[in-house]
Write a protein that binds this ligand. Structure first.
Ligand SMILES: *Cc1c(COP(=O)(O)O)cnc(C)c1O
Length: 357
């Protein structure tokens, strides 16, 4: 499919764009969406941009029964000089294929998928918000569509991309969050689906999240599913700790999602000459570092918040406050640099941004 032709059916009605200062995350969608089908023996076919509307699936479609699905999440940002930028979008489509592989979903040509996204964004350009801190969230996803209750991978799929204008994650400046250490429920285990962006991982996390929310925490910190000893992630973010001037993040072990923000943070730190290590880190070690006065900063990383400082960590009856509950100096520098590059406010020496023209 090198001669890509994406058909376009224009929506006859145009929606009102949401008010910039009160956009709730993931509730508003643009006028069009991208759809492409897959059939065994035929491959991916019929890429099209069509009006955003409900889709029809057979009640026996395999997605409903066995959860064969994967997704991605990235953003388009408007620059001060009115250009539209994507941040390392090729990484998202590479990861989509990695997730698909884990879920026995056929891969797709990453370049084709990215070109389709560019075309969709050209149509929906006006929807990339202008207000400071706002952006257009992009949700590519694949669902298994074959009507069949037998336990085998679907032979048909649908790939879709929908767009949602989102507000600034931090409406009142960066607020460090309170985190609860989850030591009963498990998000993912080695050999499982933790490194794939697939629906089941998130459904399995709600129970713990609900309990944490009820107790006044905004996210949970996940431990490894085998020993409940090593730190894995925070909510749906990767996690970093600064201990005695050195930055540590859990190594990729198969149950951790490899975040593109994580990857970028590691590259930035290396470029700045800040020591950064990917290795196992246990909660015991972290609390010990705290007791020694050596735990300097902690933060989660992901596309939504970019950097989310951890102000407080609660593990059973051990409650610790990190950096006086304030954002650390390095966390702030990382946040400013990354968001600056993403929104075109500062120069991008790494070639991470791609312009939508
Ligand atoms: C998406 C996601 C992340 C962050 O990935 P980014 O590419 O940085 O947005 C981290 N953990 C989980 C579980 C995720 O789903």
């Amino acid at each position: 499919m090198t001669n890509l032709t994406v058909s376009f059916k224009e929506s006859s009605t145009k929606k009102q764009k949401p008010n910039a200062d009160k956009i709730a995350f993931g509730k508003h969608f643009t006028d069009h969406m991208f759809v492409m089908d897959y059939e065994e023996g035929k491959g991916w076919y019929d890429p099209r941009i069509v009006p955003y509307e409900p889709i029809t699936l057979d009640p026996a479609a395999m997605i409903f029964h066995y959860g064969q699905t994967v997704f991605e999440g990235l953003k388009a940002y408007r620059t001060p000089d009115d250009r539209i930028l994507l941040f390392r979008p090729e990484k998202n489509f590479q990861r989509l294929n990695l997730s698909s592989d884990r879920l026995s979903i056929p891969e797709m040509d990453e370049d084709v998928a990215l070109r389709c996204l560019h075309q969709l964004l050209e149509v929906e350009k006006e929807w990339v918000p202008k207000a400071e801190g706002n952006s257009l969230y992009i949700r590519p996803f694949i669902v298994a569509t074959e009507p069949n209750l037998s336990l085998a991978p679907s032979r048909t799929y649908q790939f879709m991309m929908i767009l949602s204008p989102v507000g600034s994650y931090y409406k009142e400046g960066i607020q460090p969050v309170r985190i609860h250490v989850e030591d009963e429920y498990t998000r993912a285990v080695r050999g499982g689906t933790g490194k794939a962006k697939t629906a089941g991982n998130y459904a399995a996390a709600y129970k713990a999240q609900e309990r944490a929310t009820k107790e006044g925490y905004s996210q949970v910190l996940w431990l490894d599913g085998v020993e409940k000893k090593y730190i894995e992630e925070v909510g749906s973010m990767n996690v970093f700790f600064k201990v005695k001037g050195e930055v540590i993040t859990p190594e990729l072990n198969g149950s951790i999602l490899e975040g593109i923000t994580r990857m970028s943070i590691i590259e930035l730190l290396k470029d700045w000459g800040v020591p950064v290590l990917e290795r196992k880190i246990s909660l015991e070690e972290l609390y010990e570092a705290y007791d020694q006065g050596e735990l300097e900063e902690a933060f989660g990383t992901g596309t939504a918040a970019v950097i989310s400082p951890v102000g407080e960590l609660n593990w059973g009856d051990r409650n610790i406050v990190i950096n006086n509950g304030e954002i650390g100096e390095l966390s702030k520098r990382l946040y400013d640099t990354l968001t600056g590059i993403q929104t075109g406010k500062i120069e991008d020496p790494y070639d991470w941004t791609v312009e939508v023209k």
